[in-house]
Design a binder for this molecule. Structure first.
Ligand code: UD1
Length: 418
């Protein structure tokens, strides 16, 4: 088991060029299947989840190679429509391939992505929406077989909840469909805009991405293009939390401030100074941190569930009592017990966590149970007194590119132990 060994208490100072967004790169790689030619995705993060997406493309017959943050795909001979259970389980968000494979081949066979570290991850909204687009779906023995006897046809879809993955799957299935598709109550996350931006650069006709109503006019074909993946707003939030936990000052280059406004507002409430300039954010945390009122995770533009754990790690040493309410996922507090092992005073009741700030956290042996929880333990360890070991780094590697190198470059005492 790989571990991060962190000697806490070093102030982080310097600049970080923020990696490409995992949650954008994955749907973009799936979308590459829909183009008729070669596509180059620049600023693509080199992460285990992204490599898993490349393996899915390969299994479908689509060429996919990676070099220096450029993913090059060529789906010319991608005739495949089956995704093996093994690959589906490697990455929980593999379900986003469903819409793309359907759009390309008119059929798809895959397994459920399964439950995950965050609790059950149903895909009922994805399937109901695809049925409305004319997809016939047969679910048997954990496999899902989809066919489109009359082709994919545009429809008006009202999502019961603005699911990110369902919105992406509908867009992917609808871009080459016959007629217009309208999604009401669509997810508004910046990654949806990035997907629409990429597809539009390939020749798609999509309006309203980033708003609650998205209109997709089916086109006959898409061509390849070169596109730059947006920067990772959650990685940026994580490094902001690391700055806060260590009383540091960081410049985060390449992130759009409006994409993480809900998070920067919380750090400001904690007493940090945050400046946005162009595509960069500067955070300075030279004063002691203050507790904040209630933070509830919400769909964008609300406070992101993916930033809940890392912000909690920073709040663990903020003066006073803060409250976090997790509204998106059922089981997203598995980092709490580990933070408590480091001396945090956090009590969870159902979806609510009350964080009573303590003066100092102490280094300890802890283990990640999921991606963002692992990042939170890293943040806590950076600010703690003494040495910590954060186990199960493979979870962190799913979403952070060489986290130890990035943190070391801004002054952390951190290394990976094998
Ligand atoms: C995406 C992100 C994930 C983030 C989440 C919420 C990617 C690869 N992952 O996940 O990092 O935490 O958005 O911002 O982009 N739900 C259903 N039925 C469905 C679909 C969703 O009940 O068919 C529920 C989920 O269980 C969850 C909520 O809706 O409680 C939000 O899920 P969704 O927005 O779909 O998240 P993902 O796309 O899976």
């Amino acid at each position: 088991m790989q571990r991060l060994i962190i000697k806490g208490g070093k102030r982080l100072c310097g600049e970080i060029r923020v990696q490409g967004a995992k949650n954008s790169a994955l749907p973009l790689l799936a979308a590459c299947l829909l183009a008729d030619g070669r596509t180059v995705l620049k600023h693509c993060p080199e992460l285990s989840d992204v490599f898993a997406a490349c393996r899915i493309l390969n299994e479908l017959g689509c060429k996919c190679s990676f070099r220096q943050h450029r993913a090059v795909t060529d789906p010319t001979s991608a005739e495949g429509y089956r995704i093996s259970e093994e690959l589906m389980l490697q990455m929980r968000s593999s379900i986003v391939f469903l819409g793309a494979v359907l759009g390309r081949t008119g059929r798809c066979e895959l397994s459920y992505p399964g439950g995950c570290e965050l609790g059950p991850r149903p895909i009922d909204m994805h399937l109901a929406a695809l049925r409305q687009l004319g997809v016939r779906i047969c679910e048997e023995h954990g496999r899902i077989s989809c066919t489109c006897p009359k082709g994919i046809k545009g429809a008006v879809i009202d999502l019961p909840f603005p699911s990110v993955g369902a919105t992406e799957n509908i867009i992917l299935a609808a871009v080459l469909a016959e007629g217009e598709t309208v999604i009401h109550n669509a997810a508004r996350e910046p990654e949806i805009e990035d997907l629409a931006g990429f597809l539009t650069a390939c020749g798609a006709d999509i309006r309203g991405a980033g708003c609650s109503t998205v209109r997709i006019n089916g086109v006959k074909k898409l061509h390849g293009c070169e596109y730059e993946v947006m920067s990772d707003r959650i990685a940026a939030a994580t490094y902001m939390a690391a700055a806060a936990a260590t009383g540091g000052e960081l410049g985060l280059l390449g992130v759009r401030c409006e994409d993480i406004h809900a998070v920067t507002a919380v750090f400001e409430e904690m007493g940090a100074a945050v400046y946005c300039h162009g595509n960069s954010i500067f955070i300075s945390c030279t004063r002691p941190l203050k507790a904040v009122g209630r933070i509830g995770t919400m769909p964008y533009p609300g406070f992101p569930t993916d930033a809940q754990a890392v912000v909690m790690a920073a709040l663990a040493t903020a003066k006073g009592s803060s409250m976090m309410v997790e509204n998106i996922f059922e089981s997203r507090y598995r980092h709490v017990d580990e933070l408590v092992r480091m001396g945090a005073d956090i009590k969870v009741s159902g979806r609510t966590a009350v964080i009573q700030g303590v003066k100092k956290l102490c280094g300890a042996n802890v283990r990640a149970h999921d991606l963002r929880g692992g990042a939170a333990l890293t943040v806590a360890a950076l600010g703690a007194e003494g040495v910590s070991s954060v186990g199960n780094v493979q979870y962190i590697d799913r979403g952070y590119e060489q986290i130890e190198r990035v943190l070391e470059s801004v002054g952390a005492d951190i290394h990976r132990a094998f």
